[in-house]
Design a protein around this ligand. Structure first.
Ligand code: 5GP
Length: 190
């Protein structure tokens, strides 16, 4: 199978990484395809199975862990498991494309460790924890409790930023998009 590159975007929830990933996916010359993660969390809003996530029951998710089907997995929040299926990366590589990931910090670093040469790991940094909270509230998809859980986790995640190949500060979205585009294009074309 022809192996492509792996582009990992990790960041605290609400830092804007999904917007950046979507922007990159729309640039045809980058030849990227989104790695659809598996998760045991409930569907949110307009999310679609096998497009945003493979939504699995907790039992299905645990069976996949047992069968060694994951490249990496993480219990990101209590009973909310997320993971990258090996079959997902194989599916994308088989199409001759590079894989782009929108995953949590530990998962991102794990992929970098497994494929050090093929992976570009990028950390997206929100302007501040306060700003992050405002963004999550604006999104109106989660309860106050869930937002507080995500904000608490964000502080710990911010401390891991120096472990990534590159940090993109998302205080100005236009700049962040341009920087992401240049960094990824350089890596893919090297
Ligand atoms: P959300 O519930 O907001 O969609 O995602 C919550 C967190 O789980 C985000 O930080 C997201 O990046 C992370 N996540 C999504 N997919 C994966 C995955 O496949 N593996 C890991 N380790 N984290 C993931």
């Amino acid at each position: 199978m022809p192996e492509g590159k792996l582009i990992v975007f990790s960041a605290p929830s609400g830092s804007g990484k999904t917007t950046i990933v979507r922007h990159l996916l729309a640039i045809e010359s980058l030849n990227l395809e989104f790695s659809i993660s598996a998760t045991s969390r409930a569907k949110r809003g307009e999310e679609i199975h096998a497009k945003d996530y493979y939504f699995l029951s907790l039992e299905e998710f645990k069976n996949n862990i047992k069968n060694d089907a994951f490249l990496e997995w993480e219990e990101v929040y209590r009973d909310n498991f997320y993971g990258t299926l090996k079959s997902e990366v194989e599916r994308i590589w088989a199409k001759g494309k590079h894989v782009i990931f929108d995953i949590d910090v530990s998962g991102g670093l794990r992929i970098k460790r497994k494929f050090p040469e093929q992976t570009l790991s990028i950390f997206v940094k929100p302007p501040s924890i306060d700003e992050l909270k405002i963004r999550l509230k604006k999104r109106k998809t989660e309860s106050e409790d869930k937002i507080n859980m995500r904000v608490a986790k964000a502080s710990a995640e911010l401390a891991t930023a120096p472990l990534f190949d590159c940090i993109i500060e998302n205080d100005n979205l236009e700049h962040a998009l341009a920087e992401a585009e240049n960094t990824v294009a350089n890596f893919i074309n090297q």
